[in-house]
Design a protein around this ligand. Sequence first.
Ligand code: FAD
Length: 448
Amino acid sequence: MTIDATPRNIAHLTGRRRLLAGLGALPLVGAAGATAMPARAAEPARTQARIVIAGGGAAGLTAASRLAALLDGAHITVIDGRKAHYYQPGFTLIAAGVKPQGYVISSTSEYIPKGVELIAEKVAEIDPEGKAVVTDSGKRLAYDFLILATGLELNYGAIEGMDTTRIGTNGLGSIYHSPQAAAATWQALNQFADTGGVGLFGRPLGEMKCAGAPLKYTFISDDHLRRRGNRGKAELMYMAQSKSLFGVPIVAEKVRMLFQDRGVKVHHEHVLQSIDPDRRIAIYKTPAGTLEQGYDFINVVPPMRAPEVVRNSPLPWTEGPWAADGWAEVDRQTLRHKRYPEVFAVGDIAGVPKGKTAASVKWQVPVAVSHLVGDITGKPSADMYNGYTSCPLITRLGRAMLIEFDYQDNLVMSFPGVIAPLEELWISWVMKTMALKPTYISMLRGRA
Ligand SMILES: Cc1cc2nc3c(=O)[nH]c(=O)nc-3n(C[C@H](O)[C@H](O)[C@H](O)COP(=O)(O)OP(=O)(O)OC[C@H]3O[C@@H](n4cnc5c(N)ncnc54)[C@H](O)[C@@H]3O)c2cc1C
């Protein structure tokens, strides 16, 4: 049975309250991401440690909440100049026409726990030798511990001709940019679903957050066209940056089969180089040279890298696959910096093989926090992060596959016997569209 999950029929889903009551109690997703201590210890540890958290997004706020619960007397400061908090996993749902723009927007300050200071500025400089950070107004904050949680930078500038102010016009979509861009992308897709034509999808080279999102949006676009009886008028192409569709081989194979089934043409090793939004032409670098491809709709996913402040600091890897884009050089199991032991990196900025999802944050932060608290109490932690990464991969409106995996590319199952990872299930769709946001908010408050 297929659920018609377009906005007018969403009420249909809300009818299944009993099931949702159960889902509301779920972890963000995942039961096997780490071995970690609870957010609230029996007795908070007394300390006067100065802890600076650079970045107040998913990882920074979760870290602040957990530290505030575990420590008594610590000076905890979150630095983030962005007043709005974005629930980014919801961007795809806005761009699918399933949720309104406001669904993902709240304010950073509402998640700052009691006793934690929020400095509404950007970190402009990190000095791990001097154990201090400097804000953009020149304020210098010394720390005993630094939690780096700046997320990543969307490098739209690397795509020649890309103009983010034009998202939503002339068939140009780009979900990642912002809630506004996700809503504008839905306007562009909505038109495309009426007319058909050539639709281009794909992902950039390098590490990215939620690598499933570009795939999801291809499936969503296919479904909108079908629902309007216009699939026959459209040609959908997925430009994969490598020889594979996804980093986990068994998932890549499943997506390949689904794309074949839905008639999505896959072109491997095609990397978007430039775009001409007026002429609706995208130019790809391919092993055979440059390819010019016209389009009626395109979802641009930009290359991603560490924010400038981290790239310009001594914290990135100096060699290996994560050096060029500036990802922080941390141990993949403890998230502790390899050269500066009082620094931890959590969330998207961590230079580890997997883990650029909010679901990973849920498992990374308790581990980093437990090691930091262990340093304070003198009782070293043995908690480890196993690479847990998760992505509810929407395969049509009303269906998703809950993909969960670890550093070894093992599929890990949070709900064995209930949710099979490679099956397109209604329950996984309900998790994505209804249960994940409340659980994410609980995570920010240190309760999930
Ligand atoms: C389209 C899309 C779909 C996604 N889908 C999913 C999904 O289905 N499931 C899932 O689990 N995850 C998903 N994600 C990924 C998830 O949102 C991120 O992995 C998660 O938000 C990472 O948390 P973070 O704290 O590292 O970064 P963010 O939440 O981005 O927070 C980083 C914070 O750091 C701040 N900052 C940046 N630079 C500085 C500076 N110099 N000084 C101070 N502060 C700074 C920013 O303002 C921001 O508030 C998706 C993301 C996108 C964009």
